[in-house]
Ligand binder design. Structure first.
Ligand SMILES: [Zn+2]
Length: 167
């Protein structure tokens, strides 16, 4: 390692951070499995969380940043687009009525939204802010289940993002 400036094409990362990709460049991201890299736009990444609830997504910044107050103008602009695109893709793939969006960055101090599918049959005791109770009620999805979902979401993102780009 040297003290030289980071490569301008690669966002800054913090070694040891669970949400900083080991190589955040486009080439590095392309090597990740679908569950860890459903989609990215140069500012944000979408991945399938290790949750008991199928479809619980994480949407972290590519760059290591601790608070929403530190987002760059590009990150601010693309945040809404990414959350909306991911919500559309989730509705199409898992059939949720809507999505919950939460941002705490407590366990891992790297800005990331939890985007949670709100299914029609959600039990009352898991509605709203209590939705994280899903993770106490069962084991997390296996990697192969997360990978299969990641592949489905990747396909959906490609067509949704492509449709937006041509409008
Ligand atoms: Zn990080």
């Amino acid at each position: 390692m040297t003290d030289s400036a980071p490569d301008a094409a690669a966002p800054e990362r913090r070694p040891g951070c669970a949400l900083c990709p080991s190589d955040p460049s486009p080439a590095g991201l392309s090597l990740l499995p679908a569950r860890d890299h459903v989609y990215s736009d140069g500012s944000w990444r979408v991945l399938v969380n290790k949750s008991a609830l199928r479809g619980w997504l994480l949407v972290p910044t590519l760059r290591h940043v601790a608070t929403l107050a530190e987002l760059t103008p590009d990150e601010q602009r693309s945040m809404g687009r990414m959350l909306s695109l991911a919500s559309r893709a989730l509705a199409d793939v898992v059939g949720c009525e809507k999505t919950y969006a939460m941002m705490f960055a407590e366990g891992t101090p790297h800005v990331h939204f939890s985007l949670v599918p709100r299914m029609a049959d959600i039990p009352d005791h898991l509605k709203g802010a209590k939705v994280s109770g899903y993770n106490a009620e069962g084991p997390a999805l296996e990697d192969d289940e997360r990978e299969a979902l990641g592949e489905q979401l990747r396909e959906r993102f490609r067509s949704l993002a492509g449709a937006q780009a041509t409008r």
